[in-house]
Ligand binder design. Structure first.
Ligand code: BES
Ligand code: MN
Ligand code: ZN
Length: 491
């Protein structure tokens, strides 16, 4: 989508299909708060009549409006000035783009509110608009015959263009496009999006950017590296596992990379510990960690961030067959630790542990794994927050901050030693499940056994990566991850 910036003294004279005003309820109620007199009069009379009070995410479209040069006028409420924050702003902006979509408006100009405050800077407001402009255009159509309706193509933001405002727009657009990449990969059916397909997509991204090098380890190479844990998951599938490695070099050669590790189970049947039938189709989303890594790398390369990033995707199917791993089998991980597979449905940690050990060779500044790891995390946090675990509290705080700023929040969960002995077993160094209590915590504890030498965080995105109605991938946590990497580039 084309987004441009243009300062104008009199927005009511701006020609376009639709003029959009984002207004706090304070602005809506006070005539003097709006500089453009024509608009001030209009808004004030609508407010006095009770048609528009500016409450958060309220929209009012006037299909004809003779007083202004635009064809239509769309008023969007931001809520009370004092309540304005990153999330409430984004919520109102999302409602605005929904209204444009509903009315099939393809070109618009927008006044981002004159009343932004210290709690919400103009650059943050602009990047939010650009991000949601992109995400609101996304529509899944790959395996559907009916093609989607046209959407917004051109947006003019009535605000002065300078290096800061232009950078904010570019950031928002890149994040939005990254989110859409993650949603698209997540939404693709399991028979379209296989481990080999993910590898092909990564290679295609690598060909587009000369600073991005992509390589794919095949099962034979993984076997030579001793990745017995990862390979125990693909053992039951006809689709070969792939370990996808993407190396982006935007920083100094000597700078240690940020490393992302994504769970890429392209379908999780549970394996021999097979899942019940209800909602099993949703386990095509079990590669959303990998998808978020791909989406984040798309944004990182588009923004040419001045840092080094390595992305590792552990891709496999989890299916039962005569060659599948059985409950009670013991496998040896690349780290040398033996693992008793008590439940083949706890497969995410089995692919991640070898990918995390592999990550060590890049001498990471920090490593973050992203995984739809446990149903227990959905029970604990629902669909609102990703579960965050880390062996470094300061690092965890930086990720929490990035999540708050990008409306993609995480919640810090405990990784106390007290939970570790739930993974004890007489038959191996560690069991792959920790019993019915604190399932999301013990899954993180399992991973912590493989990341002792690194600054590490784990994001359990089982609740946030997709929605069940309407069913679809959300693209989370591309917003959090990209914001974190943008901040790394500024530090
Ligand atoms: N991919 C699932 C986790 C999941 C389940 C995410 C439902 C979202 C919704 C994971 O591989 C899994 O099956 N985990 C098991 C672990 C258990 C066997 C210890 C779970 O959560 O039930
Ligand atoms: Mn599973
Ligand atoms: Zn899974």
């Amino acid at each position: 989508m084309q987004i441009s910036l243009k300062a104008t003294p009199k927005p009511s004279n701006q020609k376009s299909d639709c003029l959009i005003l984002l207004l706090t309820s304070d602005e809506a109620a006070k005539k003097a708060a709006i500089a453009d007199e024509t608009l001030a009069k209009l808004v004030h009379s609508l407010n006095a009549r009770g048609d528009f009070d500016g409450k958060n995410a309220q929209t009012l479209l006037l299909p004809v409006c003779k007083d202004i040069s635009a064809e239509r006028l769309l008023l969007v409420g931001l809520g009370k000035h004092d309540d304005l924050n990153d999330r409430s702003y984004d919520k109102a902006v999302a409602a605005m783009f929904n209204a444009l979509k509903q009315h099939k408006i393809t070109g618009a100009s927008l006044l981002p509110s004159e009343a932004l405050s210290a709690s919400l800077e103009l650059t943050r407001a602009l990047s939010g608009i650009a991000r949601i402009a992109e995400t609101s255009r996304y529509h899944y159509s790959t395996s559907v015959s009916k093609k989607p309706e046209p959407t917004l193509k051109k947006l003019t933001i009535l605000c002065a263009g300078n290096s800061a405002t232009r950078a904010a727009i570019a950031e928002g657009q890149a994040v939005g496009q990254g989110i859409n990449v993650a949603r698209q990969l997540g939404n693709l059916p399991g028979n379209y999006c296989t481990p080999s397909f993910l590898a092909k997509e990564a290679k295609a991204l690598g060909r587009k950017h000369d600073k991005l090098k992509v390589s794919v380890l095949e099962e034979k190479q993984m076997r030579e590296l001793g990745m017995g844990s990862l390979l125990s998951v693909s053992a039951g599938s006809d689709q070969p596992a792939k370990l996808i490695v993407m190396e982006y070099s935007g920083g100094r050669k000597s700078a240690k990379p940020q490393v992302l590790v994504g769970k890429g189970i392209t379908f999780d049947s549970g394996g021999i510990s097979i899942k019940p039938g209800a909602k099993m189709d949703e386990m095509k989303f079990d590669m959303c960690g990998a998808a978020s890594v791909m989406g984040t790398m798309t944004a990182v390369t588009a923004l040419k961030l001045p840092i080094n990033v390595v992305a590792i995707i552990a891709a496999s199917e989890n299916l039962p067959s005569g060659s599948a791993t059985k409950p009670g089998d013991v496998v040896t991980s690349m780290s040398g630790q033996t693992i008793e597979v008590l439940n083949t449905d706890a497969e995410g940690r089995l692919v991640l542990c070898d990918a995390l050990t592999y990550a060590e060779r890049f001498k990471p500044a920090a490593v973050i794994d992203i995984a739809t790891l446990t149903g227990a995390c959905v029970v604990a946090l629902g669909k609102h927050a990703s579960g965050l675990y880390s062996n470094d509290d300061a690092f965890a705080q930086r990720l929490l901050d990035a999540g708050n700023k990008s409306s993609d929040r995480a919640w810090h969960m405990p990784l106390w030693d007290d939970y570790q002995n739930q993974l004890d077993t007489p038959f191996a160094d560690i069991a792959n499940i920790g019993g019915p209590e604190a399932g999301s915590v013990t899954a993180a504890c399992f991973l912590s056994r493989f990341t002792k030498n690194m600054t590490w965080a784990h994001l359990d995105i089982a609740g946030t990566a997709w929605l069940s109605s309407p069913k679809g991938a959300t693209g989370r946590p591309v917003g959090l991850l990209t914001q974190y990497l943008i901040d790394c580039g500024k530090a």
